[in-house]
Design a protein around this ligand. Structure first.
Ligand SMILES: Nc1ncnc2c1ncn2[C@@H]1O[C@H](COP(=O)(O)OP(=O)(O)OP(=O)(O)O)[C@@H](O)[C@H]1O
Length: 766
C-alpha cells in the first residue's frame, strides 16, 4: 500500500519540497565522526560518548545495541538536535541537525523517545491529530494513517484516552506517532519494549518495508539483541564507544558465533581486557556510562579460555579478509557533504561545532493552532479543574474579604466596680437625668456590647488572675468614690490634685498580646466615655460636645471617614491571587510537559520555543479573563469594595499582572529540572512578593531599606496603580497609574526574554 504525505497549506514548504532541497547530496542517512559528549561540570564531569564514529546508509535499518546506560539515548538526542556534542560532527540527511537546511527538528524525522511522551488526557485520535497539525498534514491523511497503523500495531479504539491504556498499548501509540507522517528518517528509542513477540515481529516487518519499499532510514535501539538481525547494520555500543559496526551476517561470520548476543558478549569481554590493560598504562577518564561494566560482564583474562582465543584468531582472520576484499561500509564525511564540512577532507578532524542556527523567527500558524488547541483541550477536558482554576482567585478574594479587617467581637472584659454597695447586692443602678450619681454604671451602659462582654468581678486581684489565665482580655476598675471624685476633678479643673485625679480615673489593665484586640478594646472604651460625657452634658442642658477634645476630622477627600482594612487590602489580594496562580500554573504545565518528554517530542517535530510561549500566552489569557471576571464580580458586587475609577483600566492592570506571573512561571520552568525545586522557587517568590510588595501593609510602614527592595518587585507599582484607581478614581493620565502599567509591561518582556535566554543556554549546555 503506497501512502503519500498530504500537506495542507501552500505557505509552508511541503515535505517533498523540503526534502528535494537535499537531493544534490549523495544518498546518506546519518554520519557521526568522533562524537564526544560530557555530562556535568567540575568534579562531576563524566564522559558519556567517547569518540563515536557511526555511518547509517540512507534507506537502511541501523540497530544500535548496547547495555543500559552506555549512551544510546544521548546519541539519539544529539541526532535529533536536542543535545549538543562537546566535540565531533554529526550529519543527518546531509546536514547538521538544527541547521535551517536540515529540516531536523521538523517533519523529516520521526522520533520515538524512550519515555512515553504522550498526553494522558488525549485520546489516540486527538494525539495523532495534534502532531498532524504540527506537521501541517491534511485531516484525511491523518485519519487514514490512523486506520492503517491501528491495524498494523493492533492499537485500541482511537477514542480511548492514552492515560487509560496499558504500558504496551501506550508504547505502540508512541510508535504510531513517530511513524504516521512517513518521515524520511525514523529514530526509535526502544520501540519494542513491552510489546509481545508477535507484534514485535510485525513492527520489524513494517520497519523493513519502510526501508526497502520507501527508502526510509531507520535507527533503532533495542535491548532484544536478536531482533536486530533484521537490521542492515548493527552498531554495538559499550561505555560510550562503538565496539563494532557491521551487518548482522558479517558479525556472526567474523566472530564465528551463532547468535548476536554471543558476539556482543565476546566484544564486551575483549573490550574489558583492553580497558584493564589501558587502565594500567594511562589513568582512565571518568566515565558516566554504566551498562556492561558489571561483574557478570567483567571477566579476568584467565576466563578467556583457549577456545575463545582460537575464536579470536579466526575472527581477526575473517576481518582481515573482509577488509581486503570488501568496500568499506562507512562513507567519509567528505564524501557525504563537502559543502557542509570542507575542513574535513576525510581526515579525523574533531572540532566542536559552535554554530547556533537562527531558525525562522516567525511562528507558524499551523503549529500555533495545534498548540493552542492542545492547551485548550487539556484545559477543558477536566471541567472540575478548569472551574477550580477560574474560581481560585475569586475564592481567595472571598476568603480575605470575610476574614480580614472585621472588628473583633464578644471580647470578655472583667469589670471591678468598687462604687457598688455590697449591702445592696452590688446592683448597678443609674439614672439618665442630670444627677451626679453612679457614674460608673452610667458609663458601662455606653460600652458597645457587641465588642465587649462585661464580666463582673468582686476584686481587682481576682480579675487580674482571670486575665493571667486568659479568661478575660482585661480589667476595668472603678474606684470606690469614682462619681464624687470625678465631679470634684471637673470642678477643680486645672487645680485638681493628684489624689483626686487618681481616685477619679477608670483604671484599665489589658492583655495586649493581641494588637488588634487591644486596639479594639481601647477604641471601644474611649468611645463609650465620649458618649457618656455627651449624655450627661445633654441631660444637664449643656452643649454635648463641650468637653470633647478639640480635634475634628472633616469629610475625607478620598475614601470613607472610617476606612476599613479590607478596602486597603482587597486590590492587593486580587492582584496577588491572579499573579500567583499564573506563576504556579505556568511552572506546573511547562515542567510536567518537559518531564514527560512531551516538550522534546514537540520540539523534535518542529515546534519552536517561542511558539510554545505564544500558545501558552493565548490560553493563559483565556484563563486570566475568566479569573478576572469572577474576582471583580465578588469584590465589587458581592463585597461592595469601594471603587471610584475606570473598570477597564483596573482590568487591564489585573490582566497584565497575570501575564507577569505567567512570565515568571516560564522563567522558573526554564531554570528548574525538578518539580520540587520549581515549587520551592514558586513558594519563595510568593512569600517575598506578599510581604515586600505592599500587599498586606503599606510600603510607608516598612523599614527604609526594605522599601528599595519593595520597589524592585513586579507587583508594587501595579498595586499602587490599582489602589489609586480603586480608592481615588485616578485615570490613565496620572503617572501613578500609567507608571504601574508601563512597569508591568517591562516585567513581562524582561521575564519572557530571560526565559528564552535561559532555555537557549540550558539547551546548548545539555
Ligand atoms: N542529563 C544528564 N546528566 C548527567 N548524566 C546523564 C544525563 N543523562 C544521562 N546521563 C547518564 O549518561 C549515561 C548514558 O545515558 P543514556 O540515557 O544515554 O543511556 P542509554 O544507553 O540510553 O541507557 P538505556 O538503555 O537504559 O536507556 C547514563 O549513565 C546516565 O546516567
Amino acid at each position: 500500500m503506497t501512502r503519500h504525505v498530504d500537506f495542507v497549506s501552500p505557505q509552508e514548504p511541503s515535505q517533498e519540497e523540503a526534502f528535494s532541497k537535499t537531493s544534490d547530496f549523495p544518498p546518506q542517512g546519518v554520519l557521526i565522526r568522533n562524537a564526544s559528549k560530557i555530562y556535568g561540570v567540575g568534579k562531576k564531569r563524566c564522559a558519556v560518548l567517547n569518540g563515536i564514529d557511526m555511518s547509517v546508509k540512507k534507506g537502511t535499518i541501523y540497530g544500535l545495541l548496547g547495555a543500559s546506560g552506555c549512551g544510546k539515548t544521548t546519541l539519539l538526542s544529539c541526532l535529533v538536535g536536542r543535545r549538543r556534542l562537546d566535540s565531533g560532527e554529526i550529519l543527518v540527511l546531509g546536514h547538521e541537525p538544527g541547521s535551517p537546511e536540515s529540516g531536523i527538528p521538523g517533519p523529516r524525522v520521526g522520533y520515538m523517545p524512550q519515555e512515553l511522551a504522550l498526553f494522558g488526557h488525549f485520546s489516540i485520535n486527538e494525539t495523532l491529530h495534534y502532531f498532524g497539525r504540527i506537521y501541517n498534514l491534511k485531516t484525511d491523511f491523518v485519519t487514514s494513517q490512523l486506520e492503517f497503523l491501528s491495524k498494523l500495531l493492533d492499537l485500541p479504539p482511537s477514542h480511548r484516552y492514552v492515560g487509560t491504556l496499558s504500558g504496551g498499548q501506550q508504547r505502540r501509540v508512541s510508535f504510531a506517532v513517530a511513524l504516521f507522517h512517513e518521515p524520511e528518517l525514523l529514530i526509535l528509542d526502544e520501540p519494542t519494549v513491552g510489546v509481545d513477540p508477535l507484534l514485535r515481529h510485525s513492527i520489524w516487518n513494517h520497519l523493513v518495508r519502510q526501508s526497502v519499499d520507501h527508502g526510509r532510514t531507520v535507527i533503532v535501539t533495542t535491548h532484544y539483541i536478536e531482533e536486530a538481525r533484521q537490521a542492515n547494520t548493527i552498531g554495538l555500543m559499550r561505555s560510550g564507544r562503538l565496539l563494532a559496526e557491521d551487518s548482522p551476517e558479517n558479525l556472526l561470520r567474523d566472530y564465528n558465533l551463532s547468535s548476536l548476543e554471543d558476539v556482543f558478549l565476546k566484544l564486551c569481554m575483549a573490550d574489558c581486557v583492553n580497558e584493564d590493560k589501558a587502565a594500567n598504562r594511562i589513568p582512565a577518564q571518568q566515565q558516566c556510562t554504566g551498562g556492561i561494566d558489571n561483574v557478570a560482564f567483567h571477566p579476568s583474562s584467565s576466563e578467556l579460555n583457549i577456545s575463545e582465543k582460537k575464536n579470536s584468531q579466526q575472527m581477526e582472520l575473517n576481518l582481515l579478509q573482509r577488509k581486503t576484499h570488501e568496500p568499506p561500509l562507512s562513507l567519509s564525511l567528505a564524501d557525504v557533504s563537502q559543502t557542509s564540512f570542507t575542513n574535513f577532507n576525510g581526515t579525523r578532524v574533531s572540532k566542536r561545532s559552535n554554530r547556533i542556527y537562527s531558525k525562522s523567527v516567525l511562528p507558524s500558524a499551523n503549529r500555533l493552532s495545534a498548540l493552542v488547541r492542545k492547551n485548550g483541550l487539556q484545559m477543558f477536558r477536566n471541567i472540575g479543574m478548569l472551574l477550580f482554576i477560574f474560581l481560585i482567585p475569586a475564592i481567595q478574594v472571598i476568603l480575605s474579604c470575610l476574614s480580614l479587617g472585621g472588628d473583633p467581637s464578644f471580647l470578655r472584659l472583667a469589670i471591678v466596680n468598687d462604687e457598688l454597695d455590697p449591702s445592696q447586692d452590688r446592683i448597678c443602678n443609674y439614672t439618665t437625668t442630670c444627677t451626679y450619681s453612679m457614674f460608673s454604671c452610667r458609663y458601662l451602659r455606653f460600652i458597645d456590647n457587641t465588642t465587649v462582654i462585661q464580666v463582673p468581678f468582686q476584686s481587682v486581684l481576682e480579675a487580674l488572675d482571670a486575665v493571667k489565665r486568659g479568661k478575660v482580655w482585661g480589667v476595668v476598675h472603678f474606684p470606690k468614690n469614682f462619681t464624687d471624685e470625678l465631679v470634684v476633678r471637673r470642678a477643680d479643673g486645672k487645680f485638681a490634685d493628684k489624689e483626686t485625679i487618681l481616685a477619679s480615673r477608670i483604671a484599665i489593665t489589658l492583655d495586649s498580646s493581641n494588637q488588634q484586640i487591644s486596639l479594639s478594646l481601647k477604641q471601644s472604651l474611649i468611645e463609650a466615655f465620649e458618649d457618656f460625657s455627651k449624655d450627661i452634658l445633654a441631660a444637664c442642658s449643656y452643649e454635648p460636645t463641650a468637653l470633647g477634645i478639640p480635634v475634628t476630622f472633616l469629610d475625607s477627600i478620598y475614601g470613607k471617614s472610617e476606612p476599613s482594612f479590607v478596602e486597603f487590602v482587597a486590590p492587593g489580594i486580587l492582584l496577588s491571587a491572579i499573579y500567583f496562580i499564573a506563576v504556579s500554573l505556568t511552572t506546573a504545565v511547562f515542567l510536567s510537559e518537559r518531564k514527560a518528554g512531551l516538550f522534546d517530542r514537540s520540539i523534535v517535530a518542529g515546534v519552536q520555543m517561542s511558539e510554545f510561549m505564544i500558545a501558552h500566552v493565548v490560553n493563559q489569557l483565556v484563563v486570566l479573563i475568566g479569573q478576572t471576571v469572577f474576582v471583580y464580580i465578588f469584590a465589587l458586587l458581592v463585597f461592595k469594595i469601594s471603587f471610584h475609577g475606570s473598570l477597564a483600566l483596573a482590568v487591564l492592570i489585573t490582566l497584565l499582572q497575570g501575564l507577569c506571573g505567567m512570565s515568571l512561571g516560564l522563567m522558573i520552568a526554564s531554570l528548574c529540572d525538578e518539580l520540587t525545586s520549581a515549587i520551592q522557587l514558586c513558594l519563595g517568590s510568593v512569600y517575598i512578593n506578599l510581604f515586600a510588595s505592599g500587599i498586606l501593609w503599606p510600603t510607608e510602614g516598612m523599614s527604609v531599606y526594605l522599601r528599595y527592595i519593595c520597589y524592585a518587585m513586579p507587583q508594587t507599582y501595579a498595586l499602587e496603580s490599582l489602589r489609586n484607581i480603586f480608592g481615588r478614581g485616578w485615570g490613565i493620565e496620572r503617572p501613578e497609574v500609567y507608571g504601574g502599567i508601563l512597569i508591568s509591561f517591562g516585567w513581562i518582556f524582561s521575564l519572557l526574554g530571560l526565559s528564552l535566554v535561559i532555555g537557549r543556554i540550558r539547551k546548548y549546555a545539555r
